[in-house]
Design a protein around this ligand. Structure first.
Ligand SMILES: *Cc1c(COP(=O)(O)O)cnc(C)c1O
Length: 361
């Protein structure tokens, strides 16, 4: 590891692979013989055109995105998509929302400005510790779409099955799990992801949309939020987030060099198992998420004593294990272990937890 780097368990923006940062550094002042940084070049230049086109091609290859899906590189974060989704898809004004955490709650709230979202289930009473089973959900056959958040960043839960929505398009927020596991894109109508967790620095939002869903935007939809226009203009209606798209390309090269998403998923499962296995045997730390709903990316836990939690976070940071405090809405601790977190970081965290437990019995 590069000198003085820490293990940063931040939920986002979060760690980027060291190999990516080094390559960005090496290419910083003179990208590929252009004599300039990627930050300085026109988004309409030939050299930049190659960057964005190859980023899309690499993403298509790694995720297996079929030709009848468009890939959009947008701005405004996943939160802007909470408005773009109803604006582009709510033809009849009806959509189903399954609220499994804060972001899906925000999405449902935003949709209320444009129609009548139907909250099929809201797990708030259970502090969002689990994902509902298919059998618990009665979906509306006439909804324009069903919205879910696949990985709940704050609560550390994950949909460990793909919801069957019959002919209704499934719209999935994958901000905190994209590129972490293999997915079947054809099961989804739309996939959205803010890039700052697993793909790139903040400032880029990726939308993958099936092409038959384009062309229904409300007339008052701002042009940069109209997926059809952005698809036709290949994300170049206006200036895209040029540098994050470039870094995204480097991240995709890094994933390719590891053997692709299947290989990465194996590593992610092994990393998460290190933490969950310890949590299951620990007498001090209590995992937040139900076993069948656990996230591979965000592991949430607590001691049950707020002062002890604070002591844990403080002492961990003094040994180079940073940003372990849980989100204010759930408390306790959260270890975000995205793709770029090395296995050594998780091993060091588990060793620290074991030691902390022994010393604070
Ligand atoms: C971080 C996050 C968001 C919000 O992303 P912004 O880019 O800050 O708007 C939405 N959904 C999920 C699942 C997230 O993890």
């Amino acid at each position: 590891m590069f000198e003085n780097r820490v293990y940063n368990f931040s939920a986002g923006p979060s760690m980027l692979p060291e190999a990516v940062l080094c390559r960005a550094r090496d290419e910083m002042l003179n990208y590929n013989g252009s004599g300039m940084s990627v930050m300085e070049m026109s988004h309409r230049s030939k050299v930049y055109d190659d960057i964005i086109k190859s980023c899309e091609a690499k993403l298509r290859k790694l995720l297996g995105i079929p030709d009848n899906y468009k890939v959009l590189f947008l701005q405004g974060g996943a939160s802007l998509q909470f408005a773009s989704i109803p604006m582009n898809l709510m033809k009849s004004g009806k959509a189903d929302y399954i609220v499994t955490g804060q972001f899906s709650g925000n999405a449902a709230k935003e949709a209320r400005k444009y129609g009548t979202p139907n909250v099929v289930a809201d797990l708030k009473e259970e502090v969002f510790k689990r994902i509902p089973k298919q059998s618990e959900l009665s979906l509306s056959p006439d909804a324009d779409y069903v919205h879910i958040c696949v990985n709940n960043t704050i609560y550390g839960t994950h949909w460990n099955y793909v919801l069957d929505t019959k002919d209704v398009p499934l719209v999935a927020d994958m901000s905190s799990c994209i590129l972490s596991e293999e997915i079947d894109v054809t099961k989804y109508g739309v996939i959205c992801a803010g890039a700052q967790k697993n793909m790139a620095p903040a400032g880029l939002t990726v939308v993958i949309v099936r092409d038959d869903l384009l062309g229904n935007a409300r007339p008052d939809t701002p042009t940069v939020m109209d997926w059809k226009v952005m698809a036709e203009k290949e994300s170049m209606y206006n200036t895209p987030s040029t540098y994050p798209i470039y870094v995204c390309g480097l991240v995709l090269d890094w994933i390719e060099s590891l053997g692709g998403i299947g290989e990465l998923e194996k590593i992610n499962r092994a990393k998460a198992a290190l933490l969950y296995d310890f949590l299951d045997e620990s007498k001090m730390f209590i995992p937040h998420a139900d076993r069948d709903s656990r996230s591979l990316m965000n592991v949430t836990f607590r001691t049950g004593d707020e002062e002890l939690d604070a002591k844990f976070v403080k002492e961990a940071s003094s040994v180079g294990l940073l940003t372990l405090k849980g989100h204010r809405s759930v408390g306790g601790m959260r270890a975000s272990i995205y793709n770029a977190m090395p296995v050594e970081g998780v091993e060091k965290l588990v060793a620290f937890m074991r030691d902390f437990e022994a010393k604070n019995k």
